[in-house]
Design a protein around this ligand. Structure first.
Ligand SMILES: [Zn+2]
Length: 181
């Protein structure tokens, strides 16, 4: 599994949430140390995307300042203990061989790692301490570990540890497919 390979703690479906108007949402993965929710959808799956967007806003609601600045307030808000960034991993697991400096996820309609309204997220790694995160374009200095960019590459989305984890995750999913047949 991708996160085991990276040493990232994960929980599968630890909690479901009432989003109001009779909508209940059970996200796939919670990464407690990174405070990231991850919903995984296969290629071609379009059901539930609207509800995911609603969940993502409830998990990471706009601040009072944002609301004062004209951003619509979230319809429902998760308890503070469960708040974090919500990401959607859509499509096939990226091929490490397709890695380019800006990232591995193509951010195209067939596969992407997305937040609400932003399809350009990439898993990345702090080049100082090795902490894993998910940031726009793999800009690792945005990971909140306090380390900053000092002349290194802006994106670490093609870091060898990440490429090895993508490779391991792809092999696992192929093994699984073959067992199903
Ligand atoms: Zn760091």
């Amino acid at each position: 599994m991708f996160f085991d390979h990276l040493g990232v703690v994960w929980q599968y479906e630890p909690e479901g949430f009432d989003l109001g108007s009779g909508h209940w949402y059970l996200p796939d993965f919670w990464l407690p140390d990174l405070r990231i929710w991850l919903e995984v959808k296969g290629h071609g799956a379009s059901d539930g995307i609207g509800l995911w967007e609603r969940f993502a806003q409830a998990a990471d609601p706009p601040s009072d300042a944002d609301v004062a600045g004209g951003v619509a307030p979230a319809l429902s808000v998760l308890p503070a203990a469960w708040r974090g960034r919500a990401l959607l991993a859509y499509g096939d697991i990226p091929r490490p061989g397709d890695a380019r400096p800006g990232g591995v996820w193509p951010a195209a309609s067939e596969a992407m790692l997305a937040s609400t309204g932003d399809p350009f997220f990439q898993w990345c790694i702090c080049l100082s301490c090795g902490r894993v995160g998910a940031e726009f374009d793999g800009r690792w200095e945005r990971i909140c570990c306090g380390h900053s960019l000092e002349g290194g590459p802006e994106s670490s989305a093609d870091h060898p540890r990440l490429l090895a984890a993508y490779r391991a995750a792809r092999e696992k999913s192929f093994e699984h497919e073959h067992r199903e047949r």
